[in-house]
Design a protein around this ligand. Structure first.
Ligand code: ADP
Ligand code: GLC
Length: 475
């Protein structure tokens, strides 16, 4: 069995903005269950501070461009595999990546420090055989390893990069190169240059031993110009080491039978609690209780162009004018999309209610209380909400892209292909028709609830990948 050090920018429950955090919160446990030793390194943000942790290393020297930073290292008291890089000047802020004014201007340095610090953690605290990096925030680590080739500490260390979202690459002007300790000679199209900028994710793609992404379908899609965000050529060139491994769901956190965050627990055997959750949700959002027997659509999303908010904007007016259906939405992000949802609620106050913000418990109450979960993503590397929806008996309506296509089938939900509001409406209408047929609807709910997306399958695939890197001949 292997020793794995994961490097990422979020991990549940310590820091979260999206699904990346859910993955880092759950995959290590599933790997541990297979016998691996796993540590996870993330920064210690302001939102991370309330968790019980102890300082285990006071002064971890990390040198970039001749400047030595001296972060310290904390360890979670509850989950000892979780390590936190403490450097208040960089991380002790309310946002992870930015605030209302936009991205933090020093993100290049903040995440270079994280990636470079991983090697000092590896040297002094936890010696891994595989360094498993996640997304652009850890993308420089495989490149830094090349620069440490002379250092016997890291002899034989293998690197894996998991791409959770190709739409975020970590692009910075070349003027950051000296401060992040990288030589200008790397700034070429074969290296880390990308349309005149330094690209952290590209560094990871070029220099890692193996690449993964979070569904089979997305692994194929990112090799096409439509989904490749300019990196499709490089990904095609690296296709022989690129694998799609579907995320799992953390059923310890997302299970209607035990979920402490929903008003009434329920199971496939007794769905009455779900109806109670629906009524509570309607009340909470100030929608009419008479809607209790009508289809209630739920949305929980980061509001970005990735998630298909523009389709909803286009379709909603006609849809709610003609259909006896209801919508509750939770999300935040792009101010334009926030406004769009606010406008929608203002135009249809009896049908649409919106909560702009980030609210973990409310996300659970929507999963439990809605009948239909809408996810019309333009692209979706995996998507976790539709998987949670299945377990909560909330039937997904999704665009057939990435992980949405891999996880939803005609027994459990409704899919549409074209990224158009017309195609989305056809799928939504089909869902409403099915909802009207109580027997058929219950069958779909139960089919979804019985699907198993637990982490074991993904962990086994990562395990096999680590093994193939560490013992290439055995495979
Ligand atoms: P992504 O990572 O692209 O945002 P996923 O579906 O993989 O999409 O994961 C999203 C995760 O973030 C889910 O756990 C979801 O419940 C949560 N989430 C997203 N937006 C919000 C929000 N506004 N409030 C609470 N939780 C949210
Ligand atoms: C990203 C993707 C999402 C995926 C998550 C976890 O945020 O947008 O589709 O589920 O990462 O891998």
């Amino acid at each position: 069995m292997s020793r794995i050090l994961m490097v990422a920018s979020e991990a549940a429950p310590f820091a979260k903005t999206g699904g990346l955090s859910d993955v880092l919160g759950a995959l290590p446990r599933a790997l541990t269950a297979l016998g691996h030793q796993v540590a996870v390194l993330i920064p210690r943000y302001a939102q991370t501070r309330p968790f019980a942790m102890r300082r285990i290393w006071g002064d971890l020297p990390v040198t970039l461009d001749g400047v030595t930073y001296r972060p310290s290292l904390f360890q979670s008291e509850e989950s000892e595999g979780f390590l936190f890089l403490d450097y208040p000047e960089f991380y002790d802020r309310d946002g992870l990546y930015g605030n209302a004014a936009g991205d933090f201007p020093d993100n290049a340095l903040r995440f270079a420090l994280l990636s470079r610090a991983a090697f000092e953690v590896a040297r002094y605290v936890f010696a891994p055989e595989v360094l498993h990096c996640h997304d652009w925030q850890a993308g420089l680590a495989p490149l830094y390893l090349k620069g440490l080739a002379y250092d016997p500490t890291f002899y034989g260390l293998k690197t894996v990069l998991t791409i959770h979202n190709l739409g975020y690459q970590g692009l910075f002007p070349p003027s950051v190169l000296p401060a992040i300790g990288l030589d200008a000679s790397l700034f070429t199209p074969e290296g880390i240059e990308f349309w005149g900028q330094v690209n952290y994710l590209k560094a990871g793609i070029v220099y890692s031993d193996a690449l993964t992404t979070v569904s089979r379908k997305y692994a194929q899609e990112i090799q096409t110009p439509e989904y490749g965000f300019g990196l499709d050529g490089l990904l095609r060139a690296r296709a022989s080491v690129l694998f799609g491994i579907l995320n799992g769901a953390d059923y310890e956190r997302w299970n209607p039978e035990t979920d402490p965050l929903i008003p009434v627990n329920y199971s496939a055997k007794d769905l009455s609690g779900k109806q109670a959750c629906k009524l509570a949700l309607l009340r909470e959002f100030g929608l009419p209780e008479a809607a209790e027997d009508k289809p209630l659509i739920g949305i929980v999303s980061r509001f970005t162009s990735q998630k298909g908010a523009d389709l909803i904007a286009e379709a909603a007016g006609d849809f709610f004018a003609s259909e006896d259906a209801y919508l509750v939405a939770l999300g935040n992000g792009d101010p334009n999309y926030e406004e769009l949802f606010r406008d929608l609620a203002a135009s249809f106050p009896d049908r649409v209610a919106v909560h702009i913000g980030y609210d973990e418990a409310l996300a659970h109450r929507i999963e439990a209380g809605a009948d239909i979960f809408l996810m019309p993503s333009r692209y979706e590397p995996c998507g976790l909400n539709q998987i949670y929806s299945l377990r909560y008996g909330t039937v997904p309506v999704v665009r057939a892209t990435g992980g949405l296509d891999d996880t939803i089938d005609s027994e459990t939900g409704f899919k549409f292909q074209e990224y158009t509001s017309a195609a989305m409406l056809v799928a939504l209408e089909a869902a409403l028709a099915a909802f009207g047929d109580r027997k058929r609807w219950k069958k779909m709910m139960l089919a979804g609830m019985s699907r198993d997306f637990s982490w074991g399958a993904a962990a086994a695939q990562y395990s096999a990948l680590y093994e193939s890197l560490l013992n290439p001949k055995a495979g």
